[in-house]
Design a protein around this ligand. Structure first.
Ligand code: F6P
Length: 551
């Protein structure tokens, strides 16, 4: 069991409140002026990843108080409990063992009485054998042709993780065209499947529960499309596989369990890309790269086990609690300066917000403090030309994480130097800002005078003092990507432990799913349900009226 300590009841929390009052007005540029070693003091390099958190509104005292908070909240015990397979997801009575999926030493890991490692190895072997057959063309479709296109049908964790990784590792991709369909909006299926040949298409139905409405609706439509074009129900065994924990539902759907890749209830959906849910990744880049991804994550797991809050994940979590609860910050931008990572913010949105977006603590009480932040972002430099204005000069404080790679996988001209120059310059601009004196001098140099200068001055000043953290990695490889993802996964774990919330359940997604049922009944004319409010009924009626007029 994990400790259940209200962070606000600790003495560190109270000290942090006083400390905040003392440091809130300090400008980071002064901290840099005062301490020529600030970068060395507030950065960590481990292997090929550097975490620079010197451009944050922290002093040595801040970090030491945050570490004490982690101690008082017994974060180390929580980390240990997770790795040990204790049922730390208490509201679902489940262990949280995605780390066992990348346990590359194969040492036993127990969920209850069961050592999960033999089953983990078996599924990995099954995935490798299948992937090798598909990639080599040995696996034949119903008409004897090899697979050319793979479509992963899944949503949430059964889509975001694998999709993000497949995009991130495009540089390492083989001949297979791997696509993703998640939305129940048929447009997604139709547009993603355009130009596909049913004879050479393999659908992966990825769903932990195998009951998710969106996924099952898309899977049924995909099956109908296959049967219609290939003319025989038997084609399913060659063109559809399932990734799930629910063998019965897979069988009922009509997929032979021999074509099923299983995983277990101790793998959370948003932490499942390392499991059978990663089959689309393995198909896209091959087993060796998939295993390198696992190895990268495993390496980070070892660090977090050993270093706890001193790890990169720990530092990110401490900073997040500092901003969220003492500066009153609501949102956090994640800004990858690499086009391959364009799905990374979307992936992190689920990973972080579904995990720590909670308002009831581990004692069943409403939290009197802030929990998970709103995660959002776009790849640099696109974001610079869209929303950075607000980050630089808006009224909100938005900590930013920049993620960049030293080397480009596509070294063309000086693109990469320019990309990195932009990344580093943004962090610098956010931190330094531009003061009145400098703006005035610039306006004078540009030939402006008295009244003109006075009028323009306020618009051209940058307050600065906006926090950012930079993760600089040598090169985007499956291994470094594995580490990067694990760093953020463990950041979420540690932040949840500090905030005394259950990070591994997601009850908040249930109500909307439940209500979709009576709403659908009403839309489909099966009314009689008076449970719907007048606004929802009004919307349904208006929709039906529009459709009547246009039909
Ligand atoms: O969004 C809610 C959720 O339960 C996620 O946690 C999960 O990743 C997603 O739905 C998909 O669930 P499944 O894999 O069971 O289809």
């Amino acid at each position: 069991m994990i400790p259940k300590i209200d962070p606000t009841s600790t003495s560190s929390w109270k000290l942090l409140q006083t400390h905040y009052k003392n440091v809130q007005a300090i400008h980071m540029s002064h901290l840099f002026e005062e301490d020529p070693n600030r970068f060395q003091r507030f950065s960590v390099q481990q292997g090929h990843i550097l975490l620079d958190y010197s451009k944050n509104r922290v002093t040595e005292e801040t970090m030491s108080l945050l570490r004490s908070l982690a101690e008082e909240c017994k974060v180390a015990e929580g980390i240990k409990a997770m790795f040990a397979g204790e049922p730390i997801n208490e509201t679902e009575n489940r262990a949280v063992l995605h780390t066992a999926l990348r346990n590359r030493l194969g040492a036993p890991v127990y969920a209850g009485e069961t050592n999960v490692m033999p089953a983990v190895q078996d599924v990995l072997t099954q995935m490798k054998q299948f992937s090798n057959r598909v990639i080599s063309g040995e696996h034949k479709g119903f008409t004897g042709r090899s697979v050319e296109t793979v479509v992963n049908i899944g949503i949430g964790g059964s889509d975001l993780g694998p999709h993000m990784v497949v995009e991130a590792l495009r540089h390492y991709a083989n001949r297979l065209d791997v696509r993703f369909v998640s939305n129940v909006d048929a447009t997604h299926l139709v547009e993603q499947c355009k130009g596909m040949d049913p004879e050479t298409t393999l659908f992966i139905v990825a769903s932990k529960t195998f009951t998710t409405q969106e996924t099952m609706t898309n899977a049924h439509s995909a099956r109908a499309w296959l049967v219609e074009h290939l003319g025989d129900e038997d084609c399913i065994s060659k063109h559809m596989v399932a990734l799930s924990t629910n063998r019965t539902a897979v069988e009922i759907f009509g997929i032979d369990p021999a074509n099923m890749f299983t995983f277990w209830d101790w793998v959370g959906g948003r932490y499942s890309l390392w499991s059978a849910i990663g089959l689309s990744i393995m198909l896209a880049v091959g087993p060796a790269h998939f295993e390198a991804l696992l190895e990268g994550a495993f390496e980070e797991d070892q660090r977090v086990k050993a270093d706890g809050v001193e790890s990169m994940s720990g530092i990110l979590a401490l900073l997040s609690v500092w901003y969220g609860n003492f500066f009153g910050v609501d949102t956090h931008a994640v800004l990858p300066y690499d086009q391959y990572l364009h799905r990374f913010p979307a992936f992190l949105q689920q990973a972080d917000m579904e995990s720590n977006g909670k308002s009831v603590d581990r004692n069943g009480k409403r939290t009197a403090y802030e929990t998970g932040s709103i995660i959002w972002g776009e790849p640099g430099t696109n974001g610079q030309h869209a929303f950075y204005q607000l980050i630089h000069q808006g009224t909100k404080l938005i900590p930013c994480d920049f993620v960049a790679f030293s080397q480009s996988l596509n070294p063309v001209g000086d693109h990469h130097e320019k990309l990195l120059a932009n990344c580093f310059a943004q962090g610098m601009a956010l931190m330094q800002g531009k003061d009145e004196y400098t703006v005035r001098k610039e306006l004078e140099a540009a030939g402006k005078e008295g009244a003109q200068i006075k009028a323009l001055l306020p618009y051209k000043i940058f307050e600065g003092n906006k926090p950012s953290t930079t993760l600089l990695i040598d090169r985007l490889t499956p291994h470094s990507l594995g580490r990067l993802i694990a760093i953020y996964e463990h950041k979420i774990l540690i932040e949840g432990l500090l905030l005394n919330v259950y990070s591994f359940d997601q009850w908040g997604v249930e109500l909307g799913k439940d209500l979709a049922k009576p709403v659908l009944e009403n839309i489909q004319g099966d009314s009689g349900s008076d449970a719907l409010d007048s606004s929802t009924m009004g919307l349904i009626q208006a929709m039906l009226n529009f459709n009547e007029r246009t039909s």
